[in-house]
Design a protein around this ligand. Sequence first.
Ligand code: CA
Length: 233
Amino acid sequence: MPPTVLIVEDETKLRDLIRSFLEREGITVLSAATGAEALALASHSEPDLVVLDLGLPDISGLDLVTELRRGSDVRVLILTAMSSEEDRIRGLELGADDYVTKPFSPRELTLRVQAMLRRGRGPDEGSHQRSFGNGLLEIDDDQHEVRVRGVPISLSRTEWGLLNELARTPGRVYSRYELVNAVRGYEWGGYERVIDSHVKNLRRKLGEDSAHPQIIETVLGIGYRLMPRRDGS
Ligand code: CA
């Protein structure tokens, strides 16, 4: 089945341009000009990915990110003005997976969309169930579930990707640059705050005390590592 992408953009010309580029790649495209339309389409059609312009006429694009994230792991790519760094960061904190700033080349946007669609497919590497820190953290690939002290928590795709990357080699320090490439699947001129905000979300979901993290440690000036040793290894 071809992947389905929902474009949410109130500027007709831009919406049609994105649509034609994505359709050329065999992607099924749905489109909405308002937040209300987008929510209705997203719940009925369950797209694989949403391309979301943050500047919408009826509701705030950031509120829409929150709504889309509620009970869904749909991938979200936000479109933001070059100048609005705060919106971008906020959008990522709310659970968007990636962003593109306006003005952008439609070809670049298409490549990003394709990379994001690829990331969400196929099984993850490694064994099916991994336990770290005497059961503090469990990653269950079969169930696509992460548990902290036995309690399942829900992660966005990007958070899942980050945690899995860190868990490939517990104790090894991963640079932000490595983590960006691991979760996005392409090279990307490092935007460190983006990884930082994803790690912040991930830690909150893992129930970490930010002053004394037990699972993900910050290595100053470099990046992050998963602290606990894998049980029995
Ligand atoms: Ca707009």
